[in-house]
Ligand binder design. Structure first.
Ligand code: SAM
Length: 283
């Protein structure tokens, strides 16, 4: 028998969402690789399944990837599950899939819950064209760059967010996208306290000044309308490197200090950082 990697989607809250095929594949597996083995044990125990488990996560994916590949090459059936939902979506898995494809191992998936898609279809926002953006960085500059890169995107945007970062994220979105866009905040999906709040970004900022964010969130945001898309012209500098951007202002007659200040303002970056990049690239 040839080895095969199964990507098995598991519930994102409600255990009733597990599929019959997912349970059958788990029952027949030689090895289950899980992001968090403790959570997966609970799932397996709930369904009376006992299987060898191994962890596969961001910090061990290189060694574990090689180990799982060796099992697959021996003809074993390996199942990859994530903490919740679909493996390889804002979860480790992508690297293992690539490793197996490159080694000629067959990869198949047992589809099931994905928080992003659940939130999208419940949002009331356009579902025809959307962009999944995953988690925003904890680094302020990266977060701002990410949001700025989406400012004129007309797709419905989907983000994952943890409760302790929700307020900062909403404030950043208000600053960059403007407060008038519609947002759906989906939490506790498929659970007893499932809640979808539909409002504008500014209303969401105000709401969470009073309320404590609880649970994991999916944020679904209306894409840029025609008017905002037209502001793309304002970002005339988006194709320039930081240094080219500074040089542009110098060529217009500014001192290098003024040019750094202007470029930093355009890019919403600290002056010090623009100065450093400009002088490093110049050297
Ligand atoms: N692989 C998962 C999937 O298919 O959706 C996502 C894993 S990612 C590490 C975890 C994030 O998914 C959470 O921070 C939250 O944004 C979102 N999420 C997962 N379960 C959720 C739920 N029941 N309700 C709302 N959001 C959820």
């Amino acid at each position: 028998m040839e080895g095969m990697l199964y990507l098995c989607a598991t519930p994102i809250g409600n255990l009733g969402d597990v599929s019959a095929r997912c349970l059958e594949i788990l029952e027949n597996a030689d090895m289950v690789a899980a992001e968090d083995t403790r959570r997966t044990v609970q799932l397996l125990n709930h369904f009376g399944i006992s299987k060898p488990l191994t962890s596969y996560h961001e910090h061990n994916k290189i060694e574990k990837g090689a180990y799982l590949l060796s099992l697959l090459q021996e003809g074993k059936q390996v199942v990859l599950v994530s903490d919740a939902g679909t493996p390889a979506i804002s979860d480790p898995g992508e690297d293992l899939v690539r490793l197996c494809i490159d080694a000629g191992i067959t990869v198949t998936s047992i589809p099931g819950p994905v928080a992003a898609i659940n939130a999208l279809i419940l949002s009331g926002l356009p579902t025809r064209r959307f962009s999944f953006e995953g988690f925003l960085s904890v680094n302020k500059r990266h977060r701002h760059e990410h949001l700025n890169s989406l400012k004129t995107d007309s797709h419905t945007l989907i983000f994952y967010e943890a409760p302790h970062k929700l307020r900062t994220t909403l404030e950043d979105m208000e600053k960059i996208f403007g407060g008038a866009r519609r947002i759906a905040l989906a939490r506790e999906l498929t659970k007893i306290h499932e809640e979808i709040l539909r409002m504008t970004i500014s209303e969401a900022v105000k709401y969470y000044e009073e309320q404590n964010p609880r649970g994991e969130y999916v944020l679904v945001i209306e894409g840029a309308n025609g008017q905002e898309a037209a502001t793309i012209e304002e970002q005339w500098w988006s194709a320039l490197t930081v240094s080219e951007h500074v040089e542009h202002y110098i060529e217009k007659g500014m001192s290098s200090k003024e040019a750094v200040k202007e470029a930093a303002k355009d890019r919403d970056m600290p002056k010090r950082e623009v100065y450093q990049i400009y002088h490093t690239e110049e050297a």
